[in-house]
Design a binder for this molecule. Sequence first.
Ligand SMILES: Cc1cc2nc3c(=O)[nH]c(=O)nc-3n(C[C@H](O)[C@H](O)[C@H](O)COP(=O)(O)O)c2cc1C
Length: 321
Amino acid sequence: MQTDLVPAQGLLFAPMEGVTDSVYRQVVSEICPGWDVLACDFLRVPSAGHYPKKHLIKHIGQQFLENTDWNKRTMYQILTSERAFTVDLVKQVADIGVHWVDLNLGCPSKTVCKSGGGSSLLRDLKVVERIVTDIRKSFSGRFTCKVRAGFSNGDQITDIIKLLNDCGAEMITVHGRTREMMYKEPARWEWIEEAVRVSQVPIVGNGDVWNAQDAQRMLCETGCYAVMVARGALKTPWFPQHYYQNVTDAPETRIAMARQFLKRYAELLTESGVNDAGVVRQIKSVSRYIFDELPGGEVLRRKVLLSQTSANIFNEINASY
Ligand SMILES: Cc1cc2nc3c(=O)[nH]c(=O)nc-3n(C[C@H](O)[C@H](O)[C@H](O)COP(=O)(O)O)c2cc1C
């Protein structure tokens, strides 16, 4: 099965709320090329009123809209509920020039589920059917979905996939966990394999891919079309080097890459008007895994978490060389 959305065995950088905003994606594009797709974190569809155009543009980033190649390879993810103004939002998003909309059917957070969005939609597939059909009718660009394997039972994946196929999703990312599993247990790749078995459209596998070997194993074990990486991408934003070029990092290379990445991130945040306290906050949130596997990595991570200024963070990183 082939799609022009993503190359076979391609690599997708997952949507992550609080991380994959336009500044972060810009650093990834500059310093860690090779990702076939980057995803915006979810934009909540409003149930009252509209977002100003400026807000919709900021979500993907003007630079991503202007660069046709990157626009085509950027998933603009939305999170909606039965009552929200999904069709209006999708039309607005098309008007600003977005090529690709992805529907979030996987977010497990209590707040999101209470308001009837994300994975809680999987409790009533009739509602999913209405939402997905409405989006498909009102958006002529690429339309994909990202799902968990079910709300409480992973066997639900068969019905979910058939429904999304019937309603016109062009590609489906399956995170091999139910909502009730949250992140507690290992991802169940057999649910991804089942999705592959029943789907007419490409399935992207997701869940517990931490390195290039895991990605290859997921492709072999599940037969999925491509692989999406979230926490492993936070750990190694330059993952494509390992995956496509067979590079492995010596510890000094890892720390040098992490430093270069975070330095550029800090620079771009500052240029976009974020003050130093904001820069520190963002660096802390994106560097949760980036020092993993380094000798003394855990100590360095704690030092970074205790730092009050970006200068202090980079002093700690420099001192760890
Ligand atoms: C910090 C964080 C934020 C996330 N935000 C989103 C999001 O906005 N949209 C979404 O579909 N999934 C979101 N996820 C889920 C991931 O995209 C992914 O499905 C999940 O982490 C499993 O993949 P992994 O094992 O590679 O981390 C988030 C995950 C993390 C860790």
